[in-house]
Design a protein around this ligand. Structure first.
Ligand SMILES: [Fe+2]
Ligand SMILES: [Fe+2]
Length: 197
């Protein structure tokens, strides 16, 4: 799937507001890809498609999981806000001909992170958290940090996400907790993968 095809596809599936968010995520993802030496084209495609299932009805997402249970694993048992990334990755793979496992992974984990995130996973997660229209307190600091140290920024972004879900009293996805523990260990170990380039 080309970038133009992906854009046309999501434009037909998303509200204007979410399409604008998507384009902002794409811009930030390409910026991060250039900064950290990831493939900008892959980053762009993953970003364009990341929210492609966000506006599907709940029943349709559950049907996608049921029809693709080997790929979906236990998605239906996870908190509903994380479903759309997994559903999008399944649609990409099964209907839209996106075969690159790195792109599929980045789309699938864009809401939650996961342990052992790849560079592209991190880029899409952070681009979604820091796209131009985001205006929550602390987003500017996160934007500065992600250009300096991607792992540390990811750690802070995941901490923010966990705190946010707890404050709202919503169900916390165990994968997010595991992702945070994993990236904390990476940062504590001083691996500094983000500043090696
Ligand atoms: Fe999303
Ligand atoms: Fe998003």
């Amino acid at each position: 799937m080309t970038l133009e095809e992906a854009k046309a596809l999501v434009k037909s599936r998303l509200s204007e507001k979410r399409y604008r968010h998507t384009m902002n995520v794409k811009k930030m993802a390409v910026k991060l890809a250039v900064r950290y030496g990831a493939d900008p084209e892959k980053a762009a495609l993953a970003a364009i498609l990341h929210d492609s299932a966000k506006e599907l009805p709940r029943e349709e997402m559950l049907q996608i999981f049921a029809d693709n249970d080997i790929i979906a694993k236990n998605a239906a048992e996870r908190p509903a806000p994380v479903w759309h990334g997994i559903a999008a990755a399944i649609l990409c793979q099964t209907r839209w001909g996106v075969t690159d496992p790195e792109i599929l992974s980045a789309i699938a984990c864009h809401t939650t992170g996961k342990p052992g995130m790849s560079l592209l996973d991190k880029i899409i997660y952070m681009a979604d958290m820091t796209s131009a229209e985001r205006d929550y307190p602390g987003v500017e600091a996160l934007r500065a940090e992600e250009m300096e140290n991607l792992d540390l920024a990811l750690c802070h972004a995941l901490e923010r996400s966990v705190t946010f879900v707890k404050q709202k009293g919503g169900p916390l996805d165990p994968v997010t907790v595991a992702a945070l523990e994993d990236i904390r260990a990476v940062c504590a170990g001083g691996a500094g993968r983000a500043v090696t380039r």
